[in-house]
Write a protein that binds this ligand. Structure first.
Ligand code: C2E
Ligand code: MG
Ligand code: MG
Length: 734
């Protein structure tokens, strides 16, 4: 016998029943609403209403190079990446025939495609084909591209959408080619790529977000809503029939999330055919119609994505990395983290402006996305810093292949507006669990490995090696780049005087005020700047600061002075070196004859013909060239004679021993240098003169100029002015 309920128990039961009743009522109302909407959808899904094809919308707005032409191939519009690929701005492209822009040998391929599309007036299937295209508009360099062409039927005039992607080095089957397009990779529209059997073979991030299904739950499974197995309703029958007959379908359907919740979806489907006309894939794209609030979507996108490239930002990346690490911990899998830092980006930004810099970053982001697999994540975490997360990478060779693929793509020139630019990248890789066991250490190790890669001079890839010296050096190397942006450098000027003490010029010497380490010597950081490329922007900064200082002194009446600036071998190897110097000189307004470039003896003598030839136009302008640290290299007199040199600077190691009364050898050497220089018509400067005895010897030997602590230590610009202004005014009044 059951005992009677107490009054409280009865009350609880009653309210529970009441809640159930309410739930049932809610569900019934929702069911009625869905039914009504379902009927409306059925009626509105008529083909004549030309519903919005999400794939085409996504492609036009996306980052893959995408062009729209009319059925004859005349360009109607092109997105930014397509403009970069074609090497022309929209204003120049509009109305141009794609046939005219194509490499000559490829015109028949394009013509054939156009003819097919014109003939098949009802076939919307996408057509995948291969053709060769100019590589970054290098007119004699043609590379293989994959091309996807899709008709877009419009009531007024139909159009064709063309999407390009550089072909994979090892071209796989058509499905792999299609995956390489990375269609709608960062779109807010979900995308499932289906193979010939309509099994899901690729999924984008938005699809997971919308449906709640992780890729693993769907990959390799029959796609819901698209297969005949699911076509038991009237709507599915229409969808299935249209897709088969016309190659595409768009409309509203109902789908189920992983939570079981039913939601309305706007869906677009398109079959893809290979060269033989066989359907080998279906692209399905969908948007969540239950949450169509574009504003909130936009906000959440902004919070997790980089506005310029559309890539995930640091926040989203950290999230994904944390998830990936805990997943790897659970299933014992491996993952790799690549730290990618662009080479030579800062000078582009500084010299050509942020607009060009932005185009370069967008293109770089595209190239990175194309180089990785759909399941991988690439994020932009700083100005020109990117990170890539590669999951399930047990084999080191696979990571190497992906990194090499990236480097190959980076080694191709980037067309940005009218400029054709070379931007390499240095890539470092750290692996879980081999190199680090948590996210922060993984990032640090990858960063350190990236710095090791930088030391190879750019476009290089390195794995992290524990025990390597990259950590200590890495920080300094990275700090250098930041230091340029944070203006942590300043120049000191060391006087160069005649033996009688008249100021004739000075040498600009750089100093780095490091926020933690204090003043760092150029002997420590210049070699690092040379290997990581920072010397190029740094060298430009030194040159322009020194030139401006000289102009200011001239205005203050300091008279005719020569400003000597050290130039590193790496700067000299830059093909644009002469041009950079000229434009800095022009901007400063000083006479070319007032500037002297110091190059080291070894560099001067060993440098390629190119290096020294780059100095000739500068010397023709009147700029002077000095050989620094003379005597420490391996001079060949015949080579020295043929070089464009105005001055020899005797290295301080020879000057040091001159004070030693018994050291006749040292005196003989310095005498030899002075005589030799004079015989070749060069001025001779002695460096590191610290005592009056040294000065006396050098004066007796006929040395033209003296530089050293004895006649003046390196000092700031105002200090030099204060020290020598009186002497200058005394000389000028004589
Ligand atoms: P350097 O071009 O041979 O410069 C002369 C060096 O000797 C300077 O060292 C200077 O401070 C030092 N010095 C001058 N007089 C005396 C003296 O009487 N006694 C002694 N013991 N030393 C003296 P600093 O400034 O440390 O620069 C070292 C080197 O770093 C320079 O050697 C140059 O090769 C490089 N460097 C300095 N500034 C720059 C720069 O702006 N660009 C490049 N590429 N290299 C630079
Ligand atoms: Mg020097
Ligand atoms: Mg020197």
């Amino acid at each position: 016998m059951t005992s009677p309920l107490s009054a409280t128990q009865a009350e609880d039961l009653r309210s529970q029943l009441y809640r159930y009743a309410q739930d049932i009522q809610d569900l019934m109302e929702q069911h009625m609403r869905l039914q009504a909407r379902y009927q409306a959808v059925l009626q509105s899904n008529s083909r004549d209403s030309l519903p919005n094809d999400l794939l085409l919308v996504g492609l036009r707005q996306g980052h893959a190079p995408c062009l729209v032409t009319d059925l004859q191939g005349f360009i109607v519009t092109a997105n930014a990446t397509a403009q970069a690929l074609l090497g022309a701005a929209m204003a120049q492209l509009e109305g141009f025939s794609l046939l005219q822009l194509a490499p000559h040998s490829q015109r028949p391929v394009l013509q054939h495609l156009l003819t097919q599309c014109q003939a098949a007036s009802a076939d919307d299937a996408a057509q995948l084909t291969q053709l060769s295209w100019f590589d970054g508009r290098e007119i004699d360099s043609i590379s293989p591209f994959d091309l996807l062409v899709m008709p877009e039927r419009k009531p007024d005039a139909s159009q064709l959408i063309w999407v390009f992607t550089p072909a994979l080095p090892s071209a796989g089957d058509a499905l792999a080619q299609l995956q390489n397009f990375n269609l709608l990779r960062h779109s807010s529209h979900g995308m499932h790529l289906l193979d010939a059997q309509r099994q899901v073979c690729a999924i984008n991030a938005a699809a997971c977000q919308i449906t709640g299904f992780e890729p693993d739950a769907l990959l390799g499974k029959l796609a819901p809503m698209v297969t005949p197995e699911h076509s038991d309703s009237a709507l599915h029958k229409t969808l299935w029939h249209d897709l088969q007959a016309r190659g595409s379908w768009s409309g509203e359907v109902f789908n189920r999330r992983s939570s079981g919740q039913i939601y309305p979806e706007w869906k677009s489907l398109r079959l893809v055919k290979n060269n033989q006309g066989e359907v080998f894939a279906t692209i399905t794209v969908f948007a969540d119609n239950a949450h169509p609030d574009p504003h909130s979507q936009q906000l959440s996108r902004m919070a997790y994505h980089d506005a310029l490239t559309g890539l995930p930002n640091r926040r989203l990346f950290d999230d994904r990395l944390a998830q990936a690490v805990s997943q790897a911990q659970r299933d014992g899998s491996c993952l790799s983290l690549l730290f990618v830092d662009l080479d030579h980006f800062k000078p582009i930004n500084d010299k050509l402006g942020h607009e060009v810099g932005d185009l370069v970053l967008k293109e770089v982001a595209q190239r990175m996305k194309r180089a990785i697999r759909l399941s991988d994540t690439v994020a932009r975490i700083g100005g020109d810093e990117f990170v890539v997360l590669l999951q399930n990478t047990a084999r080191q060779e696979d990571v190497q292949t992906i990194a090499n693929n990236m480097l190959t793509r980076f080694s191709q020139p980037i067309v940005a507006g009218q400029h054709q630019l070379m931007v390499g990248a240095s890539i470092g890789c750290a692996r879980y669990p081999q190199d680090a066991s948590d996210e922060a250490s993984l990032i640090k190790c990858a960063d350190a490995a990236m710095y090791t890669a930088k030391r190879f001079g750019g476009n290089h890839f390195s794995f992290y090696e524990s025990g390597g010296d990259h950590k200590a050096l890495a920080n300094l190397g990275l700090d250098l780049w930041r230091a340029i942006e944070r203006n942590e450098f300043h120049l000191l000027y060391q006087p160069q005087v005649t033996p009688a003490g008249h100021l004739r010029g000075c040498e600009a010497l750089i100093r780095w005020q490091h926020p933690v380490l204090g003043v760092v010597s150029p002997q420590t950081f210049i070699p690092i700047a040379e290997t990581n490329g920072a010397i190029l922007p740094l060298g430009d900064w030194v040159l322009s600061t020194a030139c401006r200082q000289l102009r200011d002194w001239q205005r203050s009446g300091l008279g005719d002075l020569t400003m000597s600036v050290n130039v590193s071998p790496r700067q000299l190897r830059d093909p644009d070196f002469a041009q950079r110097v000229c434009s800095i000189l022009l901007a400063s307004g000083i006479e070319p004859a007032a500037l002297e470039l110091e190059i080291t003896e070894t560099e001067a003598l060993q440098s390629t013909q190119d290096g020294t030839r780059r100095l000739e136009p500068l010397r023709a302008l009147g700029i002077k060239i000095a050989i620094d640290d003379f005597g420490t290299g391996f001079s060949s007199l015949s080579r020295l004679q043929s070089m464009p040199i105005d001055r020899l600077k005797i290295d301080q190691s020879f000057v040091r021993d001159l004070a030693d009364a018994g050291n006749d050898r040292a005196r003989a050497i310095s005498q030899c240098f002075v005589s030799m220089g004079k015989a070749m018509g060069m001025q001779v400067v002695a460096e590191g003169v610290e005592t009056s005895e040294q000065l006396q010897v050098l004066t007796d030997q006929g040395c033209s100029l003296i530089q050293g602590y004895f006649t003046g230590k390196p000092m700031t610009g105002p200090a030099l002015l204060a020290t020598f202004a009186n002497a200058a005014s005394a000389t000028s009044t004589l």
